[in-house]
Ligand binder design. Structure first.
Ligand SMILES: Cc1ncc(COP(=O)(O)O)c(C=O)c1O
Length: 366
C-alpha cells in the first residue's frame, strides 16, 4: 500500500492489473476483472449476459440482497426458488421446475461459502438455452463437486472483498468473465464506457464508475499472499465451533435431528466450504431473536442471519411476495444465528461463546 501511495498513482495503475493477474492465477483461470464491489461485479455480470426487461432469472431467496438487486438494476425479474435444506443453496430441482417461457437465466449463490450445485445448473442452462451467473461473493477458496476452485468453471462468477470477507480490500470485487468479449465489455463499463485506448473524455458506451483504486488493489495483492493462511485460520475456528457445539447436542445439517441445534453442513464428496461466517440454526421452538438479545446481555455479539429477499419490503411491494411461499428458506432464515467468527479465533473465545449460547438457549423458548 505504501508503494502504491508513493507512486503517486492512486487509480488506473499497475496494482489493479497485478491483483487481477494474481487472483486469476490463484483461481486457475485466464482472466479476472477487478471492480469496486461485489454488487458492481454482479451488475456488470448481468449486463454481459444481456438480461433485461421481460427476462426472468431463477435465483435463491436465501442470500444477501445484492444477488437479486442486480437483476432489478437492469429491469429483469428474479424468480425465487426454494433452497436445499442441508446446504441452503438454490435447489436445482426447484429451479428446473420453475423454468417458464420468460426464463432467461439462472443466478446461483454459494451461500455461507458452500459451493452451489453448478453441474446441475450448467445442465439446466444448456437444456433451456439459459445464461448463468454465479454469485461467489461469499466463497473465495471453496471447491466444487469436481474439486475445482469455485469461479473456475468458465461460467461468469463474482467475488467480493468487503471487510468481513475471506480476503478483503475494504470494499471491492472481482469478476471472472465467461469469455474475452465479456471481459473487454466489463473493463470498459467499469471505467465510464471508455475503451482501453481511449482518452479521458472519450466514451464508446454508457458506463459506470466501478473502478477499484490502486490502494485497494495493493491491499488485495498483499491479502492474496496470505490467502491460504487466512482461509486456514477460518477453517480452524469453524472446526473448534463444530467440535464444541456437538457437545451441546448440535449436529451438522443433514446428519442429526433437523429440529435440534443444526450446525453448518459438513463437506460432501469433493466439495469444500470456504468459511465465511459461522451460523447455526437454533432448535425448533427456541426464540432466535430473544437468543440474540440474551447473548448481547452476556457480552456476545450475534446476528439474526438473514432475512429472505422475497420478504424484504421492496420485493413484497413490487412483486406481492408473502410469507409461506418458500418454506425451506423462510424456516432457515427464522432459525439462523451468526456467531462471532474471525480468523485466529482462539479455543477460549469459542468456549465463551458456546457457554453463553447454551445458557441463552436454555432460557428462551416460545
Ligand atoms: C451473497 C452475496 N452477494 C453479493 C454481495 C455484495 O458484495 P458487496 O458488499 O461487495 O457489494 C455479498 C456481500 O456482502 C454477498 O454476501
Amino acid at each position: 500500500m505504501l508503494e502504491a501511495l508513493r507512486s503517486g498513482r492512486l487509480s488506473l495503475g499497475p496494482f489493479v492489473e497485478r491483483f487481477e493477474r494474481e487472483l486469476a492465477e490463484w483461481l486457475g483461470v485466464s482472466d479476472a476483472v477487478a471492480v469496486s464491489s461485489g454488487t458492481a461485479g454482479l451488475h456488470l455480470g448481468v449486463r454481459a449476459l444481456g438480461w433485461g426487461a421481460g427476462d426472468e432469472v431463477l435465483t435463491s431467496p436465501f442470500s444477501f440482497v445484492a444477488s437479486a438487486n442486480c437483476l432489478l438494476y437492469e429491469g429483469a425479474r428474479p424468480t425465487f426458488c426454494d433452497v436445499d435444506p442441508v446446504t441452503l443453496n438454490l435447489d436445482p430441482k426447484r429451479a428446473a421446475g420453475a423454468v417458464g417461457p420468460n426464463t432467461a437465466g439462472v443466478l446461483p449463490v454459494d451461500i455461507l461459502g458452500y459451493p452451489a450445485a453448478m453441474r446441475e445448473f450448467e445442465r439446466l442452462a444448456a437444456q433451456h438455452g439459459l445464461g448463468l451467473l454465479q454469485d461467489a461473493c461469499e466463497a473465495l477458496g471453496a471447491r466444487d463437486a469436481e474439486g475445482a476452485a469455485v469461479g473456475s468453471r468458465g461460467v461468469s462468477a463474482v467475488f467480493a472483498f468487503y471487510a468481513n470477507k475471506q480476503l478483503t480490500t475494504g470494499e471491492g470485487g472481482m469478476v471472472v468473465p465467461a469469455d474475452p468479449d465479456a471481459a473487454a465489455r466489463m473493463r470498459s463499463e467499469r471505467n465510464q464506457g471508455r475503451a482501453p485506448d481511449m482518452g479521458w473524455v472519450a466514451h464508446e458506451r454508457v458506463g459506470f464508475n466501478y473502478r477499484l483504486t490502486e490502494l485497494q488493489a495493493a491491499l488485495g495483492v498483499a491479502q492474496l499472499e496470505r490467502a491460504r493462511e487466512l482461509l486456514g485460520e477460518r477453517e480452524a475456528a469453524a472446526n473448534r465451533y463444530v467440535e464444541r457445539l456437538r457437545q451441546s447436542g448440535g449436529e451438522p445439517a443433514g446428519e442429526g435431528d433437523p429440529a435440534a441445534l443444526v450446525l453448518p453442513c459438513a463437506d460432501r464428496g469433493r466439495e469444500r466450504r470456504s468459511w465465511f461466517v459461522f451460523a447455526v440454526r437454533v432448535p425448533t421452538g427456541a426464540d432466535r431473536d430473544a437468543v440474540v438479545a440474551d447473548l448481547a446481555q452476556r457480552g456476545v455479539e450475534s446476528k439474526a442471519y438473514m432475512p429472505c429477499i422475497h420478504l424484504l419490503e421492496p420485493y413484497r411491494e413490487r412483486f406481492g411476495h408473502r410469507r409461506g411461499e418458500l418454506p425451506v428458506a423462510e424456516e432457515a432464515s427464522e432459525r439462523l444465528l451468526a456467531l462471532p467468527f474471525f480468523p485466529g479465533m482462539e479455543e477460549a473465545q469459542v468456549e465463551r461463546v458456546c457457554e453463553a449460547l447454551e445458557e441463552a438457549l436454555r432460557g428462551n423458548w416460545t
